[in-house]
Design a protein around this ligand. Structure first.
Ligand code: ATP
Length: 312
């Protein structure tokens, strides 16, 4: 069995003369939520549409559960669920009618359709709305119906394009929770512009900029992409600023009477040494924070990197 559920190899696509995405390679694990990040026009939708079989790539290969999309698209699609940015809901259907229709489209065996619909409804917490018209559901519940149609055929891989767009804060929390739950038994690729959403939901991140993959790694690796180089230290009995400069520390800024920002060489040892010295010399260490960059700063740096290299 393959370790990854999706494998993308040298994927490139152009709509006209310009490449929309160029030479993208990555794999997606069997479980968990992967965030797909990128600025507007970076190439996220193009990549997602190709992986979901909505768009045929110009070059490269996509394997879903080991099946090559080019060679066997129908089989590959059996393993994929897709919730586009605008959910494909039929407002005049009841929830049951709609999900039954989706199960048919997804070629669920006739004998298994009712069970599949019941399971998808239970999973998404909409069983009590079975007979309600989709149009009469709130935005949050309509989105749950959208997610239910994406998992009704029990796919191994689900793609959700900005699934919390337009929801109120409570609905956002609920839908995020649901996404995490469905990712316990399958893999979910989540496209979003909202960095706090990635932080709240994803374990892995792929970032595309200017049509190229500029980052692929864990949330922790993304957080630590820019090496921290300042330490904020709070001392009850601080010495003169000059005493705080020693090996590894290049500059000291006095923020308040008791707080200092030390610019350092990024070496972990330096932070440890600051703590040791503060204790040994009786400076009354109250707080020591290694100041990491925010996700926005990492995002901006990665976007800038792509722009600077003149991609496409
Ligand atoms: N149908 C199309 N015909 C021509 N060019 C297109 C088409 N769709 C997308 N593009 C171009 O391909 C590039 C990548 O677009 P894509 O929609 O994949 O980006 P995106 O990251 O999904 O952006 P957004 O976040 O704004 O949806 C852009 O330059 C876009 O203008």
């Amino acid at each position: 069995m393959e370790k990854s559920v999706v494998r993308v190899e040298n994927l490139s696509h152009r709509y006209n003369v310009q490449w929309a995405i160029r030479d993208i390679n990555f794999e997606i694990d069997q479980r968990g939520v992967v965030g797909l990040l990128g600025s507007n026009g970076a190439g996220k939708s193009t990549t997602m549409n190709i992986i979901c079989g909505v768009l045929k790539q110009t070059q490269g290969e996509v394997y879903v559960d080991g099946i090559n999309f080019r060679e066997n698209p129908v089989e590959a699609k059996r393993n994929i669920g897709f919730l586009p940015q605008k959910p494909p809901l039929y407002m005049d259907f009841t929830v049951d009618e709609y999900l039954t229709y989706c199960a048919d489209l997804r070629m669920v065996d006739k004998m298994d359709v009712k069970k599949a619909v019941d399971e998808a409804k239970a999973r998404c917490g909409i069983s009590h709305f079975s007979s309600r018209l989709v149009r009469n559901l709130s935005g949050g519940y309509q989105q749950r119906v959208g997610i239910a149609q994406a998992i009704v055929h029990n796919p191994k891989f689900v793609v959700l394009d900005e699934p919390t767009n337009g929801l109120d804060p409570n609905q956002i929390v609920e839908v995020r929770h649901l996404i995490k739950e469905i990712a316990e038994e399958r893999s979910v690729l989540l496209s979003t512009h909202i960095l706090s959403e990635v932080q709240a939901t994803c374990e892995e991140i792929k970032m595309i900029e200017q049509g190229q993959l500029v980052f692929s790694g864990t949330l922790d690796q993304f957080d630590n992409y820019i090496q921290p180089n300042t330490i904020m230290v709070t001392l009850a009995n601080p010495p003169a600023e000059a005493s705080l400069i020693w090996e590894g520390v290049s500059n000291v800024e006095r923020v308040t009477d008791h707080r200092f920002r030390l610019r350092y060489d990024g070496c972990r040892e330096t932070a440890r040494r600051v703590a040791e010295q503060s204790v040994n010399r009786g400076w009354g260490l109250e707080e020591l924070v290694v100041e990491k960059s925010s996700m926005d700063e990492v995002f901006a740096k990665l976007s800038g990197k792509a722009n600077g290299e003149g991609k496409r």
